[in-house]
Ligand binder design. Structure first.
Ligand SMILES: [Mn+2]
Length: 414
């Protein structure tokens, strides 16, 4: 789908934005070991893929801007006859040139000398320094400390997000990838509607969902599949999936297929029995109305913070009507998250230098996912669609994934 020219253009754009006398090092994701010598399925680092189109491990992209001259280097591991027997051949230099459009392709054993030479003239390093988790032993922190120790000439580190704004606005081909991921996810949602029955375990519904992914070529979901019944749905990122689904419960699924490294992110909530009743029905249809209003709110120029504010107002009103709260502003008790995020190569995609206050632009893809989580009644509802910001407004890319009460009940055969 992507051509050499796409990657060349992206790197050119980034090199233009980089400060003079700086280098950028972006590493491919390493092989992660599960235990012993057994590996997790490989998933590429998003920025590395975005700039190279290469899905292999053990490679590094280095961009340099020294004395206002820009250069691109790609380092890879040499093929090894013994390893080839087990996992096959890695891409050869010519293939790598052909896909990436980079002329200087070298082997990993040269990387150390090259970085040393670059650092003599460039003291600013761009690196993916964003750390997740709270430990000082975080992988990114350790990597940066190691680099600084190895190359004392580095005196300043900037996060690559400073120059990666390009990733926020999606090209037509990127939108096609997201649409494909959504289409695969649609199969999975419909399969979940069709196959869910009271008495099943949550993990059995996950199996149906991931079966639908697998049939269309998604080896690893974009993020861990969430299937949460009843009270479990009030845990936002519930991962245990080991409870039986009771007949009077709602089931919340938050799922997304991966297509060419792009992720869909869809949440739907449905009754295990196939029929919405009573309080569940009233809450669901009120939240669905709100979700549709919020989608209509998306357009160029508006900021996420404004959509968030509007969400709080609407959910506050709804919760007051249902007598869960006295003051509309107390909605946070039942709706403790933001309304959405950027979507792309990462499920929670990069914001670059954008913030929640920045105006949305044509070509951005965001999620709109209001929810209500009512522990005292064992109810959690979230409805999430993936929205493309267009010239004058928005396009709901996941409009064809059923969310109307009547549609869901029909598919479930109730
Ligand atoms: Mn989401």
């Amino acid at each position: 789908m992507f051509k050499k020219m796409d990657f060349i253009k992206r790197r050119k754009h980034i090199l233009k934005k980089m400060d003079n006398n700086s280098i950028m090092i972006i590493k491919a994701n390493p092989i992660l070991y599960k235990n012993g010598d057994t590996e997790f399925l490989h998933k590429q680092d998003s920025s590395f893929y975005y700039l190279t189109g290469i899905n292999e491990n053990d490679c590094t992209l280095i961009l340099t801007k020294i004395a206002n001259k820009t250069k691109e280097y790609f380092f890879t591991k040499k093929n090894d006859k013994h390893i080839e027997i087990w996992v096959g051949k890695r891409k050869e230099i010519d293939e790598l040139k052909d896909i990436t459009g980079i002329e200087r392709i070298l082997y990993n054993k040269q990387i150390d000398d090259c970085i040393k030479a670059f650092i003599r003239s460039a003291s600013l390093l761009y690196y993916d320094s964003k750390s997740y988790g709270h430990s000082k032993f975080n992988r990114k922190t350790l990597e940066i400390n190691e680099l600084k120790k190895q190359y004392p000439g580095i005196c300043c580190v900037k996060n690559i997000n400073n120059v990666l704004d390009l990733r926020i606005v999606k090209s037509n081909n990127e939108i096609k990838c997201i649409e494909k991921a959504i289409d695969i996810t649609r199969d999975a949602v419909i399969r979940a509607y069709k196959y869910s029955k009271p008495g099943m375990f949550e993990y059995e519904i996950r199996a149906e969902i991931e079966y639908a992914f697998g049939k269309r070529g998604t080896a690893i979901p974009g993020f861990p599949t969430i299937v949460a019944a009843g009270k479990n749905a009030t845990i936002l990122h519930y991962v245990s999936l080991d409870k039986k689904v009771k007949k009077d419960e709602l089931v919340l699924i938050d799922i997304g297929a991966d297509y060419m490294n792009y992720s869909a992110d869809i949440s739907r909530t449905y009754p295990a029995s196939g029929k919405f009743i009573g309080r569940q029905k009233n809450l669901y249809s009120a939240l669905l109305d709100i979700q549709k209003k919020l989608i209509d709110y998306v357009k160029p120029g508006i900021s996420m913070i404004k959509i968030n504010k509007q969400t709080g107002t609407l959910i506050g009103k709804m919760l007051k009507t249902f007598k869960y709260i006295k003051n509309e502003s107390d909605y946070i008790k039942y709706y403790p998250h933001g309304v959405g995020h950027m979507l792309g190569l990462d499920t929670h995609d990069t914001y670059g230098t954008y913030t929640n206050k920045s105006p949305l632009k044509k070509g951005m893809v965001i999620t709109i996912e209001p929810g209500v989580y009512i522990k005292e009644h064992n109810i959690g509802i979230r409805i999430e669609d993936d929205i493309l910001v267009t010239d004058k407004g928005r396009k709901n890319l996941s409009i064809s994934i059923p969310k109307e009460i009547k549609e869901i009940e029909k598919i479930m055969g109730a």
